[in-house]
Design a protein around this ligand. Sequence first.
Ligand code: AOF
Ligand code: ZN
Length: 348
Amino acid sequence: TPADGPARTATPVETAAMHRALGLAARGPRGVNPQVGCVLLHPDGTVLGEGWHRGAGTPHAEVAALADAAAQGRDVRGATAVVTLEPCDHTGRTGPCSVALLDAGVARVVVGVEDPNPVAAGGAGRLRAAGVDVVTGVLAEDGARLLGVWLPAVRHGRPFVTLKTATSLDGRVAAADGTSRWITSDVARRHAHGLRAQVDAIVVGTGTALTDDPSLTARTSDGGLVEHQPLRVVVGHRDVPAGARLHGPGGELLQVRTHDPAVVLAALTQREVRHVLVEGGPTLAAAFLRAGLVDEVHAYVAPVLLGAGPAALADLGVTSIGDALRLTPTQVLPLGPDVLVVATPVPP
Ligand code: AOF
Ligand code: ZN
C-alpha cells in the first residue's frame, strides 16, 4: 500500500503475472538468445500489454510488450513491467530494454532471473538509479528451468556440454572386429536423435569421422531430416575424405584442428553455440572429461555383452578407485530394451 511505500517483494498479482510471462517466454525459440517473456501491469493489476522474444535479432520481450500496449492505445506510464529475465542494458542486435522501460515511464520492474551475461547485464541497476522500484528473483527457479542450458552456458562463458555414449552392458562401443551397428535399439537411437535436434552443435573426433562415417544429422523415425540441423564439428588434424557422409545434407561442417577441448569450446563460443553434444570417440570423450568440460553425460546402455572390443572412454588418468570420476544420476529412463542414464559429474 502507498503508506508503506512500494512492496519489496512481488505482490500476488505480480507473481501471477510472472507465471504468465514464463508461459509467454516458452513460445519463443531456443537458441543463441534466451527465451524471455514480459507482462505490463496497470497499478490496478489489469494487463496493459504482453510480449515475448522471438529469437536473435528480433525485439526483446520488454520492447515487444511495450509495442503491444501501444498498439492497443494503452498508456504505460506508472505501470509495472514483469519480466522473466533482467532487462538488458546494452546495445546488441537491439537497443537497451532498461532505457526503453525508462522512456516509457514504467514505475516498477519485477524481474525473474538476473542476467548472467556480462555484456548485457546492468538493467536492474540502471532502473534503480533512475528511481524505478525493482524487485528481483521472483519465481527465479522456474525462470532458470525455462532458460535451460542457456543459463549455465552464459555463466561459464562456454557452451553447455553433453557427452553421449551408447554402449553394451560392459561399456563397449564396438565388437573386437570394429563392427558396431547396432548395439542400442531403435528406440534408444530415436531418443538420441531427439537430443541431436535440441543441440546447436555435435562434436566428434576425426577417428570417429573416419571409421564410422557418420552423417551427424538429426533425423525423424522415418529417416527424414528434422528442420533444425546442428552444426557438425570434427575435431583433429586429419582431413575428412571428400566422399564422407559428413559432406552430405545436414548442418554446416566445421573442422577444428586441435586436440584441446578448451580450444574447441572457445571456437564454438565465438559462434554463439550454447549447447554441444560430444558423441565420441573414446579419445575425444576422455579429453573432455579430463579437462572437466563435461556438464552432463547421457549414457545409453544396451543389454548386450561383448567381452572384447573398444571401450567408450580412453584413459581418464584414473589409476586408483579413489580417483574415479564420480557422477550424480539425475535421470534413469528405460528405452525399449535399453536404459538411458543421465548423470552429472561431481565437481572435485
Ligand atoms: C533476448 N531477449 O527479451 C531479453 C534479452 O544481441 P541482443 O541485442 O539480442 O541481446 C541478447 C542479450 O540480451 C541476451 O543474451 C540477454 O543477456 C539479454 N536480454 N535477450 O534475447 C530478451 N530481455
Ligand atoms: Zn533487452
